[in-house]
Design a protein. Structure first.
Length: 149
C-alpha cells in the first residue's frame, strides 16, 4: 500500500457547521485560501446506488456529468440520513476517506491543477490538506469534469 502525505488542521470552531456552499467559502477565507482549493464531499446516488463526488467548494455538481463519469445513466443527491448511514459521518463532516461502505468516487478534474487542496477529515471543521492527485489515488477515484458550467 502506498503512503499519502497529508496534514490535519482544524479550521473552524465546532459551533459553525459546513452545510452550505456559503459556509465552505467562509472556510476557505478562514484558511486564507481560494475556494477552489477547499473541496466539498457530496454523496449522490447513481442509478440508485451510492457514490461520492468531490468538487471545489465554489462550484456546483453537474448530475449528468457525474453520472457519465461513474458509468451511470442518472444521478441525484442522496438524502442526508442515507448519507450519514452509508458513510458513518454526520452531514457537514462527511469525508471521502474511511467511509463505512466503499462507494465509487469522482473528483473534479480542475482540482488537479492545485498543488494542495483541503478535504473534510470526518468532523465538522476538520480539514485534511493534501495533493489532489494523492487524494484521487487513495480513493481510487475517477478524475473528470463533473461540475456545472
Amino acid at each position: 500500500m502506498s503512503r499519502v502525505r497529508h496534514e490535519r488542521l482544524c479550521i473552524l470552531s465546532r459551533q459553525k457547521s459546513l452545510y452550505s456552499t456559503a459556509r465552505l467559502v467562509e472556510a476557505a477565507e478562514a484558511l486564507g485560501e481560494h475556494p477552489s482549493r477547499v473541496l466539498k464531499t457530496l454523496m449522490i446516488e447513481i442509478d440508485g446506488k451510492p457514490a461520492c463526488a468531490v468538487i471545489p467548494s465554489d462550484r456546483e455538481l453537474s448530475m449528468k456529468k457525474a453520472a457519465a463519469a461513474l458509468g451511470a445513466k442518472s444521478a441525484q443527491m442522496m438524502k442526508p440520513a442515507d448519507a450519514e448511514r452509508i458513510t458513518g459521518y454526520h452531514v457537514g463532516g462527511i469525508s471521502p476517506f474511511g467511509q463505512k461502505k466503499r462507494v465509487p468516487f469522482a473528483i473534479e478534474q480542475a482540482a488537479m491543477a492545485e498543488a494542495l487542496v483541503y478535504i473534510n477529515g470526518g468532523q465538522r471543521g476538520l480539514q485534511v490538506r493534501l495533493a489532489p492527485g494523492d487524494a484521487a489515488k487513495a480513493l481510487g477515484a475517477v478524475v473528470q469534469d463533473i461540475v456545472a458550467e
